[in-house]
Design a protein around this ligand. Structure first.
Ligand code: NAD
Length: 270
């Protein structure tokens, strides 16, 4: 497993298991156990995924010590709007059954995010979280946080895949050494519609999914592909024995078309 060193000095595993739409029972528990057995040491959940209880159970019932697993969760929009970020974090910790999370993110840039950021800074000082960061914050939202905050966010988790690289947001993050995590790195499963990935995959004896994820890794992006299938979970972490050529990286870069599978952070309503 490779790591990305964050601006707070912590090392975040570059591949994690995303658990959105993975249920809150046996399905997600099995997925996490398979992932840990396959070498993953990073799980990405959120209050709104409604599976923090099962994620906590999966971690508690595994042989891997809590300290060895990077756990991310997120503060949901209603809690940010209502000014109850601290309470929401405490509720997440209780559902997860842990004393701290490695990373807490503000899920979307909704009204109240400046105050929410101050609450995360307090939580960091209290030891409830090891790192604090953002999700879906575009350049202008990020500038607000940098202006009002005392601590530079460690991570910004944004939609990122070959059809959408969000160069402006990434360059603003690079300026402050804010690491990028890609959500929907596998284009929510639609990567199979793009013939180039399968074509490149043949040259390396890999799968199209591995080519897409490897392209992310070679761009220094953290990835959190979602799967509840044991074989795919293993496949999505088997990324370190090959390297895409410059020519193939450029060919994938050229697919960029500003296409979102998820909502636009400039214009969303939830
Ligand atoms: P993804 O891009 O990871 O795609 C997942 C889908 O791809 C699976 O459901 C499956 O259909 C397919 N798949 C996975 N592995 C495969 C393989 N090896 N071969 C073939 N098909 C495969 O989609 P996602 O779930 O949207 O994103 C990943 C994670 O990102 C989520 O689980 C969640 O943790 C996070 N996320 C965060 C936000 C945010 O706002 N911060 C938004 C969406 C997702």
């Amino acid at each position: 497993m490779k790591h990305i060193t964050l601006n707070n000095g912590l090392r975040m595993p570059q591949v994690g298991l995303g658990v959105w739409q993975s249920g809150n029972g046996e399905e997600v528990i099995n997925a996490i156990h398979w992932a840990l057995a396959a070498g993953y040491r990073h799980v990405d959940t959120a209050m709104i995924y409604k599976n923090e209880e099962a994620v906590g159970k999966a971690l508690a019932s595994s042989d891997v010590p809590r300290a060895d697993v990077w756990l991310t969760t997120k503060i949901w929009n209603d809690d940010i709007r209502k000014g109850r970020t601290t309470a929401a974090l405490d509720e997440s910790l209780a559902r997860l059954g842990v004393e701290y999370v490695d990373l807490i993110l503000l899920h979307w840039p909704v009204d109240g995010y400046e105050r929410a950021w101050a609450e995360l800074e307090t939580a960091l000082a209290a030891g409830k979280v090891k790192s604090i960061g953002l999700s879906n914050f575009m350049d202008e939202h990020l500038q607000d946080i940098l202006r009002v905050g005392n601590i530079v966010p460690a991570v910004n988790q944004i939609e990122y895949h070959p059809y959408l690289v969000q160069a402006e947001t990434i360059s603003a993050c690079d300026e402050h050494n804010i690491a990028i995590t890609a959500w929907s790195p596998l284009m929510q499963g639609k990567f199979l519609d793009e013939p180039l990935f399968a074509k490149i995959a043949k040259d390396y004896d890999k799968t199209a999914a591995q080519v897409v994820l490897r392209w992310c890794l070679q761009n220094d992006i953290i990835v959190i592909p979602k799967s509840v299938n044991e074989g795919r979970i293993r496949e999505n972490n088997d990324l370190f024995g090959f390297e895409l050529s410059e020519e193939h990286l450029v060919a994938i870069d050229e697919l960029e078309r500003g296409h979102r599978y998820g909502p636009d952070p400039h214009d969303f309503d939830f």
